[in-house]
Design a protein around this ligand. Structure first.
Ligand code: NAD
Length: 494
Protein backbone atom coordinates (compact mmCIF):
# COMPACT_ATOMS: atom_id res chain seq x y z
CA UNK A 1 0.00 0.00 0.00
CA UNK A 2 1.25 3.46 -0.91
CA UNK A 3 2.27 6.12 1.60
CA UNK A 4 -0.50 8.56 2.54
CA UNK A 5 -0.60 11.88 0.67
CA UNK A 6 -0.25 14.26 3.58
CA UNK A 7 3.44 14.70 2.87
CA UNK A 8 4.80 18.02 1.67
CA UNK A 9 3.81 18.92 -1.85
CA UNK A 10 7.37 19.94 -2.51
CA UNK A 11 8.14 16.30 -3.25
CA UNK A 12 7.37 14.06 -6.19
CA UNK A 13 5.76 10.63 -6.12
CA UNK A 14 7.68 7.47 -6.96
CA UNK A 15 6.98 3.86 -5.89
CA UNK A 16 4.30 4.86 -3.40
CA UNK A 17 6.44 7.47 -1.68
CA UNK A 18 7.02 11.22 -1.66
CA UNK A 19 10.65 11.71 -2.66
CA UNK A 20 13.19 14.47 -3.31
CA UNK A 21 15.21 14.60 -6.51
CA UNK A 22 18.27 12.35 -6.16
CA UNK A 23 20.42 15.43 -6.82
CA UNK A 24 18.57 17.37 -4.08
CA UNK A 25 17.84 20.14 -6.59
CA UNK A 26 14.52 21.97 -6.60
CA UNK A 27 12.70 24.30 -8.96
CA UNK A 28 10.23 27.08 -8.23
CA UNK A 29 6.66 27.26 -9.42
CA UNK A 30 5.73 30.92 -9.89
CA UNK A 31 2.37 32.64 -10.04
CA UNK A 32 1.48 34.04 -13.49
CA UNK A 33 -0.53 36.71 -11.61
CA UNK A 34 2.31 38.38 -9.69
CA UNK A 35 5.45 36.30 -10.09
CA UNK A 36 5.48 35.18 -6.45
CA UNK A 37 6.66 31.66 -5.60
CA UNK A 38 3.63 29.37 -5.17
CA UNK A 39 5.75 26.39 -4.10
CA UNK A 40 8.90 24.50 -4.98
CA UNK A 41 9.15 20.96 -6.36
CA UNK A 42 12.08 18.62 -6.97
CA UNK A 43 14.02 19.26 -10.15
CA UNK A 44 14.10 15.64 -11.23
CA UNK A 45 16.68 14.28 -13.65
CA UNK A 46 17.16 11.20 -15.81
CA UNK A 47 18.11 9.26 -12.64
CA UNK A 48 14.77 10.06 -11.03
CA UNK A 49 12.93 9.12 -14.21
CA UNK A 50 14.83 5.81 -14.28
CA UNK A 51 13.85 5.09 -10.66
CA UNK A 52 10.19 5.68 -11.53
CA UNK A 53 10.46 3.52 -14.65
CA UNK A 54 11.92 0.66 -12.55
CA UNK A 55 9.11 1.07 -10.01
CA UNK A 56 6.49 0.96 -12.76
CA UNK A 57 8.17 -2.08 -14.32
CA UNK A 58 8.16 -3.92 -10.98
CA UNK A 59 4.52 -3.06 -10.32
CA UNK A 60 3.31 -4.05 -13.79
CA UNK A 61 2.84 -7.87 -13.50
CA UNK A 62 0.63 -7.67 -10.43
CA UNK A 63 -1.43 -4.73 -11.74
CA UNK A 64 -1.89 -6.45 -15.11
CA UNK A 65 -3.20 -9.50 -13.24
CA UNK A 66 -5.52 -7.51 -10.99
CA UNK A 67 -9.19 -8.09 -11.83
CA UNK A 68 -10.71 -5.29 -13.92
CA UNK A 69 -13.43 -4.68 -11.33
CA UNK A 70 -10.81 -4.24 -8.65
CA UNK A 71 -8.86 -1.76 -10.78
CA UNK A 72 -12.07 0.19 -11.32
CA UNK A 73 -12.89 0.09 -7.60
CA UNK A 74 -9.50 1.55 -6.68
CA UNK A 75 -9.78 4.30 -9.31
CA UNK A 76 -13.28 5.22 -8.14
CA UNK A 77 -12.07 5.34 -4.53
CA UNK A 78 -9.41 7.82 -5.71
CA UNK A 79 -12.03 9.83 -7.59
CA UNK A 80 -13.97 10.20 -4.33
CA UNK A 81 -10.90 11.51 -2.54
CA UNK A 82 -10.25 14.06 -5.28
CA UNK A 83 -13.92 15.09 -5.18
CA UNK A 84 -13.68 15.78 -1.44
CA UNK A 85 -10.72 18.09 -2.02
CA UNK A 86 -11.85 19.67 -5.30
CA UNK A 87 -12.28 23.21 -3.99
CA UNK A 88 -8.78 23.30 -2.52
CA UNK A 89 -7.34 21.68 -5.61
CA UNK A 90 -8.99 24.29 -7.84
CA UNK A 91 -7.32 27.06 -5.82
CA UNK A 92 -3.89 25.45 -6.28
CA UNK A 93 -4.54 24.98 -10.00
CA UNK A 94 -5.59 28.62 -10.33
CA UNK A 95 -2.50 29.80 -8.43
CA UNK A 96 0.02 27.84 -10.50
CA UNK A 97 -1.67 28.10 -13.92
CA UNK A 98 -3.31 31.54 -13.75
CA UNK A 99 -6.85 30.52 -14.74
CA UNK A 100 -9.79 31.88 -12.69
CA UNK A 101 -10.90 29.58 -9.87
CA UNK A 102 -14.27 28.85 -11.53
CA UNK A 103 -12.45 27.67 -14.67
CA UNK A 104 -10.12 25.56 -12.52
CA UNK A 105 -13.20 23.96 -10.89
CA UNK A 106 -14.49 23.16 -14.39
CA UNK A 107 -11.21 21.47 -15.21
CA UNK A 108 -11.27 19.32 -12.07
CA UNK A 109 -14.88 18.33 -12.81
CA UNK A 110 -13.83 17.26 -16.28
CA UNK A 111 -11.02 15.16 -14.80
CA UNK A 112 -13.45 13.48 -12.38
CA UNK A 113 -15.92 12.79 -15.17
CA UNK A 114 -13.20 11.27 -17.36
CA UNK A 115 -11.79 9.04 -14.64
CA UNK A 116 -15.30 7.84 -13.75
CA UNK A 117 -16.01 7.16 -17.41
CA UNK A 118 -12.87 5.01 -17.73
CA UNK A 119 -13.47 3.21 -14.42
CA UNK A 120 -16.87 2.23 -15.85
CA UNK A 121 -15.19 0.84 -18.96
CA UNK A 122 -12.66 -1.32 -17.09
CA UNK A 123 -14.77 -4.47 -17.03
CA UNK A 124 -16.17 -3.95 -20.54
CA UNK A 125 -12.95 -4.38 -22.46
CA UNK A 126 -13.18 -7.54 -24.50
CA UNK A 127 -11.54 -9.39 -27.33
CA UNK A 128 -13.28 -11.85 -29.65
CA UNK A 129 -13.85 -15.47 -30.49
CA UNK A 130 -13.46 -16.12 -34.22
CA UNK A 131 -14.71 -19.14 -36.20
CA UNK A 132 -12.00 -20.68 -38.41
CA UNK A 133 -12.27 -22.71 -41.63
CA UNK A 134 -12.64 -26.48 -41.08
CA UNK A 135 -9.31 -27.18 -42.81
CA UNK A 136 -7.64 -25.63 -39.76
CA UNK A 137 -8.94 -28.57 -37.72
CA UNK A 138 -12.32 -29.69 -36.54
CA UNK A 139 -13.88 -27.23 -34.04
CA UNK A 140 -10.77 -25.09 -34.00
CA UNK A 141 -11.29 -21.38 -33.39
CA UNK A 142 -9.35 -18.18 -33.04
CA UNK A 143 -9.13 -15.79 -30.11
CA UNK A 144 -8.41 -12.07 -30.17
CA UNK A 145 -6.84 -11.20 -26.83
CA UNK A 146 -6.34 -7.73 -25.35
CA UNK A 147 -3.34 -7.30 -23.13
CA UNK A 148 -1.81 -4.25 -21.42
CA UNK A 149 1.19 -2.69 -23.11
CA UNK A 150 3.32 -2.29 -19.97
CA UNK A 151 5.02 0.84 -18.65
CA UNK A 152 3.55 4.06 -20.10
CA UNK A 153 4.85 7.63 -20.12
CA UNK A 154 2.27 10.43 -19.89
CA UNK A 155 3.74 13.82 -20.89
CA UNK A 156 1.41 16.70 -20.10
CA UNK A 157 1.40 20.45 -20.98
CA UNK A 158 0.59 23.41 -18.73
CA UNK A 159 -2.64 24.70 -20.27
CA UNK A 160 -5.01 21.99 -18.93
CA UNK A 161 -2.65 19.99 -16.73
CA UNK A 162 -5.35 18.03 -14.91
CA UNK A 163 -7.78 17.03 -17.65
CA UNK A 164 -4.91 16.14 -19.97
CA UNK A 165 -3.37 13.97 -17.27
CA UNK A 166 -6.75 12.24 -16.82
CA UNK A 167 -7.13 11.49 -20.53
CA UNK A 168 -3.89 9.51 -20.26
CA UNK A 169 -3.94 7.82 -16.86
CA UNK A 170 -7.64 6.82 -17.06
CA UNK A 171 -7.37 4.49 -20.09
CA UNK A 172 -3.83 3.40 -19.14
CA UNK A 173 -4.73 2.22 -15.65
CA UNK A 174 -7.99 0.46 -16.47
CA UNK A 175 -6.24 -1.56 -19.17
CA UNK A 176 -3.69 -2.81 -16.61
CA UNK A 177 -0.71 -0.59 -17.40
CA UNK A 178 1.56 1.27 -15.02
CA UNK A 179 2.33 4.95 -15.57
CA UNK A 180 4.89 7.70 -15.06
CA UNK A 181 3.35 11.17 -15.35
CA UNK A 182 5.66 14.01 -16.40
CA UNK A 183 3.85 17.30 -15.77
CA UNK A 184 4.94 20.60 -17.31
CA UNK A 185 7.58 22.29 -15.14
CA UNK A 186 5.35 25.28 -14.49
CA UNK A 187 2.22 23.31 -13.42
CA UNK A 188 3.22 20.28 -11.32
CA UNK A 189 1.46 21.11 -8.03
CA UNK A 190 -2.17 20.08 -8.54
CA UNK A 191 -1.05 17.01 -10.51
CA UNK A 192 1.14 15.89 -7.60
CA UNK A 193 -1.68 16.36 -5.10
CA UNK A 194 -4.10 14.38 -7.25
CA UNK A 195 -1.61 11.59 -7.87
CA UNK A 196 -1.04 11.43 -4.11
CA UNK A 197 -4.80 11.13 -3.49
CA UNK A 198 -5.25 8.41 -6.13
CA UNK A 199 -2.42 6.45 -4.51
CA UNK A 200 -3.77 7.03 -1.03
CA UNK A 201 -7.03 5.40 -2.17
CA UNK A 202 -5.16 2.10 -2.58
CA UNK A 203 -3.27 1.86 -5.86
CA UNK A 204 -0.32 -0.51 -5.31
CA UNK A 205 3.04 1.26 -5.04
CA UNK A 206 4.64 1.89 -8.43
CA UNK A 207 1.41 1.75 -10.47
CA UNK A 208 1.08 5.55 -10.76
CA UNK A 209 4.19 7.71 -10.38
CA UNK A 210 4.95 11.37 -11.03
CA UNK A 211 8.39 12.80 -11.79
CA UNK A 212 8.84 16.57 -11.99
CA UNK A 213 11.70 18.16 -13.92
CA UNK A 214 12.70 19.47 -17.34
CA UNK A 215 11.33 17.93 -20.51
CA UNK A 216 14.84 17.66 -21.93
CA UNK A 217 15.85 15.33 -19.06
CA UNK A 218 12.85 13.63 -17.46
CA UNK A 219 10.77 13.70 -20.65
CA UNK A 220 13.57 12.46 -22.88
CA UNK A 221 14.36 9.58 -20.50
CA UNK A 222 10.76 8.43 -20.91
CA UNK A 223 11.12 8.69 -24.68
CA UNK A 224 14.48 6.86 -24.80
CA UNK A 225 14.22 4.21 -22.09
CA UNK A 226 13.31 0.91 -23.75
CA UNK A 227 11.26 -0.24 -20.75
CA UNK A 228 8.67 2.44 -21.54
CA UNK A 229 6.53 0.96 -24.31
CA UNK A 230 3.96 3.70 -24.76
CA UNK A 231 4.20 7.51 -24.93
CA UNK A 232 1.10 9.66 -24.67
CA UNK A 233 2.15 13.22 -25.42
CA UNK A 234 0.22 16.48 -25.42
CA UNK A 235 2.06 19.69 -26.25
CA UNK A 236 3.42 21.78 -29.07
CA UNK A 237 3.81 20.36 -32.56
CA UNK A 238 7.57 21.08 -32.43
CA UNK A 239 7.99 18.99 -29.27
CA UNK A 240 5.78 16.33 -30.84
CA UNK A 241 8.27 16.10 -33.70
CA UNK A 242 11.04 15.53 -31.13
CA UNK A 243 8.96 12.78 -29.49
CA UNK A 244 8.74 11.01 -32.85
CA UNK A 245 12.48 11.41 -33.46
CA UNK A 246 13.48 9.89 -30.12
CA UNK A 247 10.72 7.38 -29.33
CA UNK A 248 9.82 6.47 -32.93
CA UNK A 249 12.94 4.42 -33.77
CA UNK A 250 12.16 2.17 -30.80
CA UNK A 251 8.71 1.40 -32.23
CA UNK A 252 6.98 2.69 -29.12
CA UNK A 253 3.25 3.24 -29.27
CA UNK A 254 2.96 6.98 -29.64
CA UNK A 255 0.01 9.32 -29.64
CA UNK A 256 0.51 13.03 -30.21
CA UNK A 257 -2.07 15.66 -29.29
CA UNK A 258 -0.56 18.84 -30.69
CA UNK A 259 -1.37 22.41 -31.63
CA UNK A 260 -4.44 23.71 -33.43
CA UNK A 261 -5.97 26.69 -35.21
CA UNK A 262 -9.68 25.92 -35.25
CA UNK A 263 -11.89 27.74 -37.75
CA UNK A 264 -15.42 28.76 -36.75
CA UNK A 265 -17.86 29.43 -39.61
CA UNK A 266 -21.10 31.36 -39.04
CA UNK A 267 -23.76 31.13 -41.75
CA UNK A 268 -26.60 33.65 -42.22
CA UNK A 269 -29.28 31.41 -40.69
CA UNK A 270 -27.34 30.77 -37.44
CA UNK A 271 -28.70 31.56 -33.99
CA UNK A 272 -26.41 34.56 -33.52
CA UNK A 273 -26.79 34.83 -29.76
CA UNK A 274 -25.61 31.25 -29.30
CA UNK A 275 -22.90 31.63 -31.91
CA UNK A 276 -21.49 34.74 -30.23
CA UNK A 277 -21.39 32.87 -26.90
CA UNK A 278 -19.66 29.98 -28.66
CA UNK A 279 -17.02 32.30 -30.08
CA UNK A 280 -16.45 33.87 -26.67
CA UNK A 281 -15.94 30.59 -24.84
CA UNK A 282 -14.15 29.07 -27.80
CA UNK A 283 -11.56 31.83 -28.05
CA UNK A 284 -11.23 33.36 -24.58
CA UNK A 285 -11.65 30.47 -22.08
CA UNK A 286 -8.35 29.81 -20.27
CA UNK A 287 -7.12 33.19 -21.58
CA UNK A 288 -7.13 31.72 -25.08
CA UNK A 289 -4.58 29.05 -24.16
CA UNK A 290 -6.42 26.01 -25.46
CA UNK A 291 -5.46 23.61 -28.21
CA UNK A 292 -9.11 23.36 -29.18
CA UNK A 293 -9.93 27.03 -29.47
CA UNK A 294 -11.69 29.21 -32.01
CA UNK A 295 -8.59 30.75 -33.49
CA UNK A 296 -10.11 32.04 -36.77
CA UNK A 297 -13.66 33.34 -37.23
CA UNK A 298 -15.31 33.31 -40.70
CA UNK A 299 -18.56 35.31 -40.78
CA UNK A 300 -20.99 35.23 -43.70
CA UNK A 301 -21.28 38.74 -45.17
CA UNK A 302 -25.04 38.92 -44.40
CA UNK A 303 -24.52 38.68 -40.62
CA UNK A 304 -20.95 39.97 -40.39
CA UNK A 305 -21.68 43.44 -38.98
CA UNK A 306 -24.41 42.36 -36.55
CA UNK A 307 -22.28 39.49 -35.22
CA UNK A 308 -19.19 41.63 -34.82
CA UNK A 309 -21.06 44.32 -32.91
CA UNK A 310 -22.40 41.77 -30.41
CA UNK A 311 -19.01 40.09 -30.12
CA UNK A 312 -17.14 43.31 -29.38
CA UNK A 313 -19.67 44.23 -26.71
CA UNK A 314 -19.08 40.90 -24.98
CA UNK A 315 -15.30 41.06 -25.28
CA UNK A 316 -15.52 44.46 -23.58
CA UNK A 317 -17.03 42.76 -20.52
CA UNK A 318 -13.81 40.92 -19.67
CA UNK A 319 -12.02 42.35 -16.68
CA UNK A 320 -8.39 41.45 -16.19
CA UNK A 321 -7.44 40.62 -12.64
CA UNK A 322 -6.30 38.22 -9.94
CA UNK A 323 -7.69 34.81 -10.95
CA UNK A 324 -8.46 34.08 -7.29
CA UNK A 325 -11.09 36.85 -7.20
CA UNK A 326 -14.38 37.55 -8.98
CA UNK A 327 -15.26 40.90 -10.57
CA UNK A 328 -18.55 42.75 -10.06
CA UNK A 329 -21.29 41.68 -12.48
CA UNK A 330 -21.62 42.04 -15.48
CA UNK A 331 -17.84 41.78 -15.79
CA UNK A 332 -16.18 38.41 -16.34
CA UNK A 333 -12.74 37.52 -15.00
CA UNK A 334 -9.83 36.90 -17.33
CA UNK A 335 -6.55 35.90 -15.70
CA UNK A 336 -3.01 36.43 -16.99
CA UNK A 337 -1.28 34.52 -19.73
CA UNK A 338 0.72 31.67 -18.28
CA UNK A 339 4.23 32.98 -18.96
CA UNK A 340 6.02 36.15 -20.03
CA UNK A 341 7.19 34.38 -23.23
CA UNK A 342 3.62 33.45 -24.04
CA UNK A 343 2.59 37.10 -23.92
CA UNK A 344 5.57 38.22 -25.99
CA UNK A 345 4.72 35.62 -28.63
CA UNK A 346 1.12 36.85 -28.90
CA UNK A 347 2.33 40.44 -29.14
CA UNK A 348 4.75 39.61 -31.92
CA UNK A 349 2.09 37.66 -33.86
CA UNK A 350 -0.27 40.63 -33.52
CA UNK A 351 2.45 43.10 -34.59
CA UNK A 352 3.12 40.98 -37.68
CA UNK A 353 -0.58 41.18 -38.61
CA UNK A 354 -0.85 44.95 -38.09
CA UNK A 355 2.33 45.47 -40.13
CA UNK A 356 0.45 43.74 -42.97
CA UNK A 357 -2.57 46.05 -42.60
CA UNK A 358 -4.69 44.40 -39.86
CA UNK A 359 -6.91 46.61 -37.71
CA UNK A 360 -7.26 45.95 -33.96
CA UNK A 361 -10.95 46.52 -33.11
CA UNK A 362 -10.61 46.05 -29.34
CA UNK A 363 -7.89 45.18 -26.82
CA UNK A 364 -4.48 43.96 -27.87
CA UNK A 365 -2.37 45.72 -25.25
CA UNK A 366 -1.01 45.27 -21.74
CA UNK A 367 -3.10 46.86 -18.97
CA UNK A 368 -2.02 50.20 -17.43
CA UNK A 369 -3.11 49.17 -13.92
CA UNK A 370 0.09 49.06 -11.81
CA UNK A 371 -1.52 46.36 -9.61
CA UNK A 372 -1.27 43.99 -12.59
CA UNK A 373 2.24 45.09 -13.56
CA UNK A 374 4.00 41.93 -12.34
CA UNK A 375 1.56 39.57 -14.10
CA UNK A 376 1.43 38.48 -17.73
CA UNK A 377 -1.83 40.29 -18.44
CA UNK A 378 -3.11 41.18 -21.90
CA UNK A 379 -6.39 42.76 -23.02
CA UNK A 380 -8.34 40.28 -25.20
CA UNK A 381 -8.35 41.40 -28.81
CA UNK A 382 -10.47 41.12 -31.94
CA UNK A 383 -8.72 41.92 -35.21
CA UNK A 384 -10.08 42.65 -38.71
CA UNK A 385 -8.58 42.96 -42.22
CA UNK A 386 -6.02 40.28 -41.40
CA UNK A 387 -3.92 38.87 -44.23
CA UNK A 388 -4.35 35.11 -44.47
CA UNK A 389 -0.59 34.92 -44.88
CA UNK A 390 0.11 36.56 -41.54
CA UNK A 391 1.44 34.68 -38.52
CA UNK A 392 -1.85 35.40 -36.71
CA UNK A 393 -3.55 33.05 -39.18
CA UNK A 394 -0.88 30.56 -40.18
CA UNK A 395 0.63 29.88 -36.72
CA UNK A 396 -1.07 28.68 -33.58
CA UNK A 397 -2.12 31.73 -31.55
CA UNK A 398 -2.04 30.61 -27.93
CA UNK A 399 -3.69 33.60 -26.30
CA UNK A 400 -6.79 35.85 -26.42
CA UNK A 401 -6.56 37.27 -29.94
CA UNK A 402 -9.25 36.54 -32.53
CA UNK A 403 -8.90 37.38 -36.25
CA UNK A 404 -12.27 37.86 -38.00
CA UNK A 405 -12.96 37.43 -41.74
CA UNK A 406 -15.97 38.24 -43.95
CA UNK A 407 -16.91 35.47 -46.44
CA UNK A 408 -19.45 35.43 -49.26
CA UNK A 409 -20.42 31.74 -49.01
CA UNK A 410 -19.59 28.38 -47.44
CA UNK A 411 -17.23 27.32 -50.22
CA UNK A 412 -15.02 30.33 -49.59
CA UNK A 413 -15.14 29.75 -45.82
CA UNK A 414 -14.05 26.12 -46.19
CA UNK A 415 -11.18 26.98 -48.53
CA UNK A 416 -9.90 29.49 -45.95
CA UNK A 417 -10.56 27.10 -43.05
CA UNK A 418 -8.33 24.52 -44.72
CA UNK A 419 -5.59 27.02 -45.56
CA UNK A 420 -3.63 26.09 -42.45
CA UNK A 421 -1.09 23.51 -41.29
CA UNK A 422 -3.32 22.41 -38.37
CA UNK A 423 -6.42 20.26 -38.27
CA UNK A 424 -7.69 19.88 -34.71
CA UNK A 425 -11.21 21.22 -34.08
CA UNK A 426 -13.66 23.26 -36.16
CA UNK A 427 -17.25 24.42 -36.01
CA UNK A 428 -20.10 25.58 -38.21
CA UNK A 429 -23.14 27.50 -37.00
CA UNK A 430 -26.22 26.96 -39.19
CA UNK A 431 -29.66 25.33 -39.23
CA UNK A 432 -29.07 24.07 -42.76
CA UNK A 433 -28.33 20.34 -42.87
CA UNK A 434 -26.74 20.51 -46.30
CA UNK A 435 -24.30 23.19 -45.16
CA UNK A 436 -23.43 21.39 -41.94
CA UNK A 437 -22.88 18.11 -43.79
CA UNK A 438 -20.64 19.85 -46.31
CA UNK A 439 -18.59 21.33 -43.47
CA UNK A 440 -18.30 17.96 -41.69
CA UNK A 441 -17.17 16.34 -44.95
CA UNK A 442 -14.78 18.99 -46.20
CA UNK A 443 -13.11 20.71 -43.24
CA UNK A 444 -9.78 19.04 -42.54
CA UNK A 445 -10.03 18.54 -38.78
CA UNK A 446 -10.34 15.83 -36.14
CA UNK A 447 -13.74 17.11 -35.09
CA UNK A 448 -16.45 19.44 -36.42
CA UNK A 449 -19.05 20.81 -34.04
CA UNK A 450 -22.39 21.97 -35.39
CA UNK A 451 -23.99 24.82 -33.41
CA UNK A 452 -21.84 23.99 -30.45
CA UNK A 453 -18.51 24.50 -28.80
CA UNK A 454 -18.32 21.85 -26.13
CA UNK A 455 -14.93 20.73 -25.05
CA UNK A 456 -15.75 18.85 -21.87
CA UNK A 457 -16.65 15.45 -23.24
CA UNK A 458 -14.99 12.10 -22.69
CA UNK A 459 -17.33 9.90 -24.72
CA UNK A 460 -16.15 10.55 -28.29
CA UNK A 461 -12.65 9.88 -29.64
CA UNK A 462 -10.70 13.06 -30.16
CA UNK A 463 -7.47 13.69 -32.06
CA UNK A 464 -6.09 15.93 -34.77
CA UNK A 465 -5.08 15.58 -38.41
CA UNK A 466 -2.21 17.31 -40.29
CA UNK A 467 0.19 19.03 -37.82
CA UNK A 468 -2.30 18.58 -34.97
CA UNK A 469 -1.26 15.05 -34.16
CA UNK A 470 -1.54 11.32 -34.46
CA UNK A 471 -3.96 9.01 -32.69
CA UNK A 472 -6.79 9.65 -30.27
CA UNK A 473 -7.57 10.38 -26.68
CA UNK A 474 -11.06 10.22 -25.11
CA UNK A 475 -13.71 7.60 -25.67
CA UNK A 476 -13.41 3.81 -25.53
CA UNK A 477 -11.16 4.16 -28.61
CA UNK A 478 -8.39 5.64 -26.45
CA UNK A 479 -8.07 2.34 -24.56
CA UNK A 480 -6.88 0.62 -27.76
CA UNK A 481 -3.65 2.61 -27.61
CA UNK A 482 -2.91 1.09 -24.19
CA UNK A 483 -3.44 -2.50 -25.30
CA UNK A 484 -1.72 -5.05 -27.44
CA UNK A 485 -3.93 -7.20 -29.58
CA UNK A 486 -2.81 -10.81 -29.72
CA UNK A 487 -4.23 -13.60 -31.84
CA UNK A 488 -4.38 -17.21 -30.68
CA UNK A 489 -5.60 -20.35 -32.42
CA UNK A 490 -7.12 -23.20 -30.46
CA UNK A 491 -6.79 -26.39 -32.47
CA UNK A 492 -6.39 -30.13 -32.03
CA UNK A 493 -9.90 -30.47 -30.58
CA UNK A 494 -11.79 -33.72 -30.78
P1 NAD B 1 5.38 21.77 -24.75
O1 NAD B 1 5.52 20.95 -25.97
O2 NAD B 1 6.36 22.86 -24.52
O3 NAD B 1 5.46 20.86 -23.43
C1 NAD B 1 4.59 19.76 -23.22
C2 NAD B 1 5.25 18.77 -22.28
O4 NAD B 1 6.38 18.19 -22.93
C3 NAD B 1 5.79 19.38 -20.98
O5 NAD B 1 5.59 18.49 -19.92
C4 NAD B 1 7.26 19.53 -21.28
O6 NAD B 1 8.07 19.55 -20.12
C5 NAD B 1 7.52 18.28 -22.10
N1 NAD B 1 8.71 18.33 -22.96
C6 NAD B 1 9.33 19.42 -23.46
N2 NAD B 1 10.41 19.05 -24.20
C7 NAD B 1 10.46 17.71 -24.16
C8 NAD B 1 11.32 16.73 -24.73
N3 NAD B 1 12.38 17.08 -25.49
N4 NAD B 1 11.08 15.43 -24.50
C9 NAD B 1 10.02 15.06 -23.76
N5 NAD B 1 9.17 15.93 -23.17
C10 NAD B 1 9.37 17.24 -23.38
O7 NAD B 1 3.88 22.33 -24.77
P2 NAD B 1 3.22 23.39 -23.78
O8 NAD B 1 3.75 24.73 -24.13
O9 NAD B 1 3.32 22.89 -22.38
O10 NAD B 1 1.68 23.27 -24.19
C11 NAD B 1 1.06 24.07 -25.14
C12 NAD B 1 0.89 23.31 -26.44
O11 NAD B 1 0.14 22.12 -26.22
C13 NAD B 1 0.09 24.08 -27.49
O12 NAD B 1 0.69 23.93 -28.74
C14 NAD B 1 -1.27 23.39 -27.48
O13 NAD B 1 -2.02 23.52 -28.65
C15 NAD B 1 -0.88 21.98 -27.21
N6 NAD B 1 -2.01 21.24 -26.69
C16 NAD B 1 -2.61 20.27 -27.48
C17 NAD B 1 -3.74 19.58 -27.01
C18 NAD B 1 -4.42 18.54 -27.85
O14 NAD B 1 -5.18 17.75 -27.30
N7 NAD B 1 -4.19 18.48 -29.15
C19 NAD B 1 -4.25 19.87 -25.75
C20 NAD B 1 -3.62 20.86 -24.99
C21 NAD B 1 -2.48 21.52 -25.45
Amino acid sequence: MAEVASASMTKMYVKGQWVEAQSGETQEVRSPHDGSVVDTVPRGSRDDARAAIRAAEDAFPEWADTAADERARLILAGVEKVKEKQKDLAKVLSAEQGKPVFEAMGEIHHFLHGMTFYAGLASKIRGAQVPLPPDMGKHSYGLVLKRPVGVCGAIVPWNFPITLMGTKIGPALIAGNTVIVKPASSTPLTSLQIIGLLNEAGLPAGVLNCVTGPGREVGEELLENPVVRRIAFTGESGTGRRVMEVAGPQFKRITLELGGSDPMIVMPDADLRKAVSGAMIGRFWNCGQACLAVKRLYLHEEIHDEFLEALLKKVGSYELGDPATRPEKPFVRMGPLHTAEQREEIESQLADATSKGAEVLIGGSRPDDPALGSGHYFHPAVVANVSHHSRLVQEEVFGPVLPVFKVKDLDEAIVLANDNQYGLGSSIWTQNLTWSNQAIREIQAGVTWVNQIHYGYDELPFGGVKASGIGHEHGPEAVDYYQETKGAVIGGLA
